[in-house]
Structures are given as C-alpha cells and as structure tokens.
Write a protein that binds this ligand. Structure first.
Ligand code: MG
Length: 256
C-alpha cells in the first residue's frame, strides 16, 4: 500500500486570529517562501546577497547605473567598489522600486579633509528623493539632522554608530514607500535603518522628500523610483548594493 501523504502540521479546530482569516496554528496557512541567506562582508571583502536579492552593484561594473541626464555613470571602479568622482554628478539605478529591504556598504575617505558637512559627504536617496545621510561623523560635529544616518533635515539617528575613516560600514534599510491617490497622500513613507548592525530609526515617518535648509511636504510621485547616490564632492566609496522587493507588504499588513 502506498504511503499516505503526511497531514500538514497544525490545527483546524482552533479559534480564528482576530482580524485574520487564519486560525491559530492553522494547518492550511501558506508556508514562508524559502530564501537562502548570503554571507556577511568583512573589511577585506564584500559578502554575498541573499538568493532573492536584486543586485544593484557587485563590484564589477556600473551597467545598472546612469549618471547626469541619463548618460553613463562616470564614477570610478576601485578594488571591487565604486568611488565618487567629484563633479561627475549623482548616479542612480536603472531599476526603479518601492517597498524594499536595501543593503548598502560605504567607506569614508582615509584621508581626513574638511569638517561638518564637508567631510566625506554623500547620500543614499530612496526613490531618488529621500536621503539617508552618508557622512564621516567619526569625531566630526555637524547639525544633528545632517549626521550620518540622519533623515536629512528631518530626523537625527538614535545614535552615532560610525566607524573610522577608511573602514567599511553598512546600512540595512527597510523602506515603505509613500502611497498617493491622485493628489492626495494616503500614507507617508516609513523607514527603519541599521548602521553597522546598530538601530538608527524604527518605522520613522518621513515628512516628504529631504531638503537642504527648507521644510518639506509630499508631492505625488510614482510608486517606484531609482536608488540615487550623491556626489557631494567627496571620494566616498560604495560596494555590495542590493535590495529585496517587499512585494507582499500590503498583503501582510492587511492580514495582520
Ligand atoms: Mg549627503
């Protein structure tokens, strides 16, 4: 006699979870998708992304990026990383995306030059509009909402988790894009940020695109946008950039 398939673990007689279509320990509830984890980076070498990540930069080329006016990205490839070439302008990805888990690694210049906003300034712009500040704030004072990891001009990070100049650092970011219905803002953007594994922001609400010396407000924009890296005239390096789209976020939220 053929083996009977094993019943799925779980229950069919437990109460429904309030607000959910699933029972407590529901045997029919779908399993989480399998993702194979990557490896962590070291100071010497970049790690590998998880199996379902979209790779934005793997150290080899800038084919996923464009520069000024949509032309070639003219930053310099160096030892598996890409370095800002001052004056060549910001670069942005060809890919456009909204809700995501984003991984970015960056390294401040070894040679310490300038102070405040003039020391190792760059930036990670979600959807090309919302800047998580990149700056050398290791022993460098500047205004709090412009420090490393700040939501620029809006909110300082919980702590200063900077490594020293010349050391590789990481941002792990969870981005929830704003929602619009026509001209109306339905829901603002929310961001969670870790720097070097240390929490900087938890589901922090953004007030609009980040601005210099100005208050801000939302204007409707598409549900996806590119990732932009800033040329602020300092030779900051980046490596190992990838994201995972959070396509199921709305479903999970609705089901929570
Ligand atoms: Mg900046």
């Amino acid at each position: 006699m053929a083996d009977q398939p094993k019943p799925a673990p779980g229950y069919e007689d437990t109460p429904f979870i309030p607000g959910s279509c699933w029972r407590v320990h529901d045997a029919k509830r779908p399993q989480p998708r399998v993702v194979t984890p990557g490896t962590f980076s070291t100071q010497e070498a970049a790690g590998t992304p998880p199996s379902d990540a979209v790779v934005l930069f793997d150290g080899r080329d800038l084919s996923n990026w464009v520069g000024k006016d949509g032309g070639p990205a003219e930053w310099a490839l160096r030892e598996g990383s890409v370095e800002v070439v001052p004056g060549k302008g910001d670069i942005r990805t060809r890919m456009e995306f909204g809700d995501c888990q984003l991984h970015v690694e960056w390294r401040e210049p070894t040679e310490i030059r300038g102070e405040s906003q003039g020391r190792g300034n760059s930036g990670v712009f979600l959807m090309g509009l919302y800047e998580i500040q990149v700056l050398d704030c290791h022993d460098n004072r500047t205004y709090a909402d412009g420090t490393t990891g700040a939501l620029y001009g809006q909110c300082p990070p919980l702590v200063n988790a900077c490594r020293g100049p010349g050391e590789w650092q990481t941002y792990d970011i969870v981005w929830i894009a704003p929602r619009f219905a026509g001209e109306k803002l339905l829901s603002p953007a929310y961001v969670t940020v870790f720097q070097n594994g240390i929490l900087l922001h938890v589901m922090k609400e953004l007030q609009g695109p980040t601005q210099h010396r100005k208050a801000t407000e939302y204007k409707p924009h598409p549900p996806v946008g590119p990732l932009k890296l800033q040329d602020h005239k300092d030779p900051v390096r980046f490596r190992n950039l990838w994201y995972r789209p959070l396509t199921a976020y709305d479903e999970v939220r609705a089901d929570a």
